[in-house]
Design a protein around this ligand. Sequence first.
Ligand SMILES: Nc1ncnc2c1ncn2[C@@H]1O[C@H](COP(=O)(O)OP(=O)(O)OP(=O)(O)O)[C@@H](O)[C@H]1O
Ligand SMILES: [Mg+2]
Length: 357
Amino acid sequence: MDFTFGGKYRLEEKLAIGGCGTVFYGVHTVAGKEVAIKVEPAITKDVYSPLRQESKIYRSLMGGPGVPWIIWSGRQGDYNVMVIDLLGPSLEDLFKMCNRHFSLKTVLLLADQLISRLEFIHTHDLVHRDIKPANFVMGTSRAAHLVNVIDFGLAKKYRDARTGVHIPYHQDTRHGVGTSLFASLNTHLGIECSPRDDLESLSYMLIYFLRGTLPWRKLKAPTVAATWEIIRDAKLAAQGTLTNKLQFFGPDVAEEERVVPDLMVFLNPIPNMHAIRECAIEHVPTIGVVDSNVDPRIVMYPIPANDESTRTAELIAGVLSIAGREGIALKAEVAAARERRMRTQDRARRRAAYSKS
Ligand SMILES: Nc1ncnc2c1ncn2[C@@H]1O[C@H](COP(=O)(O)OP(=O)(O)OP(=O)(O)O)[C@@H](O)[C@H]1O
Ligand SMILES: [Mg+2]
């Protein structure tokens, strides 16, 4: 077989083996330009090819910030091939290199770029459906600071470009596509994807960067489907138990120790404006990720990695979200409790003064 694709790009060593194909390092035989070459075995001409579909999607997004250029794509011999800009390490690679910890500042800078990448994809009527650190790669040389989004093998149109009509709601009995560690709850439940699912995955990514892990990262079952199920259950359990600071910590801790998060990620900032204001008052960095149909009560609650404190242990035990609206109710509840206590103390003091006299 000829290992030169598109007439001039020579295949060199392997970079990574993915679920949809293998990625190689390659060079232009004359100019010496370095490229990445993604290769998948071609079955027959008419069979659906994820790589062909992927290159079509790349071409529709090319030129956007942080979207790599497709240099050549086509079928050669028994393979479908895509020659693409060679980029730097992925966020997963960098995260491992940094001992699984990014500082809050790094996470905020990344979040800014990551949200823009998703916004760009979503405004082009597509959902990515596999948002995870391995699918974001840094640029090279002068663009080394730029986060690029790759791997459109699972991307899908979610609305009609002309009319803006969303694809119909649909629920399957089995889980959707992507990576279980970062998949949204709706994807676990087999519900048709929409931009909110990419945003939820992005939130899990940010929490993962800050904490160094996710509570369900080590859950494994004998089959892939069973693993998706236990991770779904862990995500569901985390959601239900985490909406009330007072309930979780008890009134003393909630009131006296002021449990203040290091970063809040609001999946839907509009209904959470009060909570965002509270964050601003308490100087908690806040990321608002706009989407229309996310459960407005979900507020992500990331915890710094390498933090062994009791507080973090308590948070890791299950706290991932705290309610926006419930947060306001909680504040009122705490204020009322404080007032009641002060009144009782006052009464006790007066009684003591009266009995002395
Ligand atoms: N243009 C590129 N430049 C540098 N590295 C790349 C490039 N494209 C892909 N890679 C590396 O190869 C890995 C796999 O690529 P990609 O995600 O496109 O393949 P995949 O088969 O869809 O993988 P998976 O199913 O694991 O997500 C990436 O995580 C990244 O590390
Ligand atoms: Mg990938």
